[in-house]
Design a protein. Structure first.
Ligand code: GDP
Ligand code: IMO
Ligand code: MG
Length: 424
């Protein structure tokens, strides 16, 4: 069966885009299935850095049809900005298809996102303020505007006006500044017209492709522990990045999927608030952030960092039916004398063997670490597993033993070719 899912196994920014770029060589469709422009997916090709928010990471290959499927929320200013930037750099987006069933993001969603965060005071989620949560909320309360509506642009303009007026009332009630309705209607009508050639019944297109034997790659944004149901609620995003979300978000049934690749860094990061058992607030944490350049692609925020957490990864295997892991940023650990791996949690001093179902419990667990000698060798030029220092091999073997699935790809640098295929 020809469908592969790529999903973040931690809290995002694992290097999904780099692995998707690698897997794109053998896939014809690369399909975003959830999230929106809260994502920041980076691919580096011969020093050229491409930071993608909505356009799928397979776009850099001519043979790939990039697709934005029904589960995504689409911010048109960002989408067109991204298309223009890519085309200026010689990357054609003509093949891009956007699902008629995907929902649109509007300026009132960003206004509501900001108001909701301000109202939370000290309990802020630390959202990207892109309007993602409010857009999915509108979808759930059945007042969202779908991409397919732009085919009748006059009706679309009327809908946008009606929605803007209604939302302005709510924004004013919440103490916010009203939005300029006419400006929004004019601008989004233009965007709507520009979107028309990209609009597609992606569900049917994907099924016909699968029937022909085409290989389809489903690109997750965010990650398992930011999942609305399975993440560290309420410190999560408003969609389902877990592999089940790839089915709902594309219309492809679960029996079509034969490969689910979980992406993990060699350590852990998180941006925004929420529990993080293995977080380091010491010099090692600072070193991970400095060496790993752990600053958000979208918001520029400093990420939080800690050692690799295998308790999380074991749970990610269950939640996503992971068949394998791709491990990125092993090179970031090059300078450490010793490296640690979290292999278990204790609660009130007692080991626990289940992943906590409540964020307040997760916030109280203490990590149990296994300490390994570091390799203190530059890994960036290594391309063969046999050339890895024994300490790095032991680190990978420990992860495989702890997590129970193989690590198939190991990243040793940001560039497209900075990886090796790992076999123990
Ligand atoms: P994504 O959201 O999961 O696609 O990840 P991001 O692009 O937000 O963040 C990952 C960052 O790590 C990017 O700057 C990548 O260029 C970089 N990166 C990816 N793989 C590696 C790797 O193996 N080593 C190093 N040093 N950097 C990497
Ligand atoms: P990629 O795809 C890391 C985080 C935000 C915040 C929470 C909710 O690049 O891995 P939202 O704006 O979605 O309502 O914010 O989720 N977040 C991400 N963190 N990587 C991402 O995407 C993220 N997208 C959202 O920081 O904590
Ligand atoms: Mg990212």
């Amino acid at each position: 069966m020809p469908v592969t899912v790529v999903v973040g196994a931690q809290w995002g920014d694992e290097g999904k885009a780099k692995i998707i770029d690698l897997l794109s060589k053998e896939h014809t469709f690369v399909v975003r299935y959830q999230g929106g422009h809260n994502a920041g997916h980076t691919v580096v090709v011969e020093g050229e850095r491409y930071a993608l928010q909505l356009v799928p990471s397979g776009v850099l290959y001519d043979h790939v049809v990039p697709m934005i499927a029904n589960g995504v929320v689409v911010d048109l200013p960002t989408l067109f900005d991204e298309i223009d930037t890519l085309e200026r750099r010689g990357i054609s987006c003509d093949r891009l298809q956007v699902s008629s069933r995907a929902h649109l993001v509007f300026p009132w969603h960003q206004a509501h996102d900001a108001i909701a965060e301000a109202m939370r005071g000290d309990d802020k989620i630390g959202t990207t303020l892109k309007g993602i949560g409010p857009s999915y909320a509108d979808k759930a309360r059945r007042v969202g505007v779908r991409v397919g509506e732009v085919v009748d642009v006059d009706r679309f303009a009327d809908t946008v006006r009606a929605r803007a007026i209604a939302e302005n009332r709510l924004i004013e009630q919440a103490g916010g500044d009203p939005l300029d309705v006419d400006e929004i209607v004019t601008r989004f009508t233009d965007y709507g017209r520009r979107l028309q050639p990209y609009v597609s019944d992606t569900v049917t297109v994907l099924h016909e492709a699968v029937d022909r034997g085409a290989h389809v790659l489903l690109e997750g944004a965010q990650a398992t522990f930011l999942d609305l149901d399975h993440g560290t609620y309420p410190f999560v995003t408003s969609s389902n990045p877990t592999a089940g979300g790839a089915c709902a978000g594309t219309g492809l049934g679960p029996r079509l999927i034969d490969r689910v690749v979980g992406i993990t860094k060699a350590y852990t990061t998180r941006v925004g608030a929420g529990p993080f058992p293995a977080e380091l607030l010491d010099a090692d944490g600072d070193a991970l952030i400095d060496v790993g350049k752990e600053f958000g692609t979208v918001t520029g925020r400093r990420r939080r960092a800690g050692w690799l957490d295998c308790v999380m990864l074991r749970h990610a295997v269950r939640l996503n039916s992971l068949t394998e892991l791709a491990l990125t940023k092993l090179d970031v650990l090059d300078g450490f004398e010793t490296v640690k791996v979290c292999t278990g949690y204790r609660l009130d001093g007692v080991p626990i063997d289940r992943y906590p179902d409540r964020s307040d419990i997760l916030a109280r667990v203490e990590p149990v670490y296994e300490t390994l000698p570091g390799w203190q060798t530059d890994l960036s030029r290594i391309r063969e597993p046999g050339e890895l220092p024994v300490q790095a091999k032991d680190f990978l073997a420990l992860i495989e033993a702890q997590v129970g699935v193989p690590v198939n790809v190991v990243g040793v640098g940001a560039e497209r070719d900075d990886f090796l295929l790992w076999t123990a």
